[in-house]
Design a protein around this ligand. Structure first.
Ligand SMILES: CC[C@H](C(=O)O)C(=O)SCCNC(=O)CCNC(=O)[C@H](O)C(C)(C)COP(=O)(O)OP(=O)(O)OC[C@H]1O[C@@H](n2cnc3c(N)ncnc32)[C@H](O)[C@@H]1OP(=O)(O)O
Length: 253
């Protein structure tokens, strides 16, 4: 399976399970996100949703370029991008806190997925960044729009998007993108982090998450995400993007 879903003691964990290609996202993984949303919305006892990656190298390297490179036109890419962005919006607006357990590299759409979560626990040494610019596109799953919502200094937000490079864990903490940086076993770090949060009744957690979701509804976050998708799909069709993807794939061993 391209993902694993594990429930334990009020927590549900989705692990992206494609470590050979740095946990790149394909349609099967997106189905896993849909299943995560379905479970949380139907099991009121779940208090926290965690996303992580299999292995110790990567959290997620974004969209699977061996699949995505087949999409050439604005319309083809818009359909894929909007489908994924809609699924990920349902994850971001789950009625409980969400946490990215960043066990390694998170780049491109992988950095977008970590950014949409409410918390980011980042392994020391992990590198995360919006590297889409290296492919001559912008973020396309909502990640840029979510980043503007995370309360970083506006110049740091624009810098993280436009530099299109992975940031080291200490820099991610310094600019306020990482909630915490941990060393050692990721599940030990998760356990320590949630000790305090799991105490309140789930209705308390849901009430506070609803305050954020209400703000996003009132500021038309989803509409802004679809504008991001449209911008990405226009750039996607450009020759510069296709050349950048072909160049990456031609390096494959
Ligand atoms: C859908 C749109 C979305 C957005 O724009 O919002 C996106 O995410 S677009 C995709 C953006 N992601 C990338 O461009 C990341 C590409 N990958 C890398 O930069 C590197 O692989 C990295 C930094 C993750 C790891 O580098 P490292 O040198 O340690 O490993 P390799 O590059 O040799 O990778 C090993 C192996 O995995 C394959 N691989 C890695 N990432 C992807 C990917 N996203 N899609 C498909 N395949 C990927 C890589 O080709 C190598 O394959 P091999 O056959 O072993 O040569």
């Amino acid at each position: 399976m391209a993902y694993r879903l594990v429930k334990r003691e009020g927590i549900i964990i989705l692990e992206i399970n494609r470590p050979a290609i740095h946990n790149a996202i394909n349609m099967e993984v997106l189905e896993g996100f849909k299943e995560l949303v379905h479970i949380v919305k139907n099991e009121s006892s779940i208090k926290l949703a965690v996303i992580t990656g299999a292995g110790d190298k990567s959290f997620c390297s974004g969209g699977d370029l061996t699949v995505l490179h087949k999409l050439k036109t604005e319309q083809e890419s818009y359909e894929m991008l909007s489908d994924a962005a809609t699924i990920l919006y349902d994850v971001a607006t789950l009625p409980i806190p969400t946490l990215a357990l960043v066990n390694g590299t998170a780049v491109g759409g992988g950095c977008e997925i970590a950014t949409l979560c409410d918390y980011r626990l980042v392994k020391k040494g992990a590198k995360c960044g919006f590297i889409q610019g290296q492919l001559a596109i912008t973020s396309g799953w909502g990640g840029g729009t979510y980043l503007w919502e995370k309360g970083l200094r506006l110049d740091h937000t624009l810098q993280m998007l436009t530099e299109s490079i992975p940031y080291a864990s200490d820099q991610l903490l310094a600019i306020g993108w990482a909630t915490e940086v941990f060393e050692g076993n990721k599940y030990d770090a998760l356990e320590t982090f949630i000790q305090k949060m799991i105490v309140p009744h789930e209705s308390v957690l849901k009430a506070y998450k609803m305050q954020l979701i209400r703000k996003w509804q009132q500021t038309k976050l989803f509409e802004r995400i679809i504008e991001e998708v449209r911008t990405c799909s226009v750039l996607w069709e450009q020759e510069a993007h296709h050349q950048a993807v072909d160049s990456f794939l031609s390096k494959k061993k």
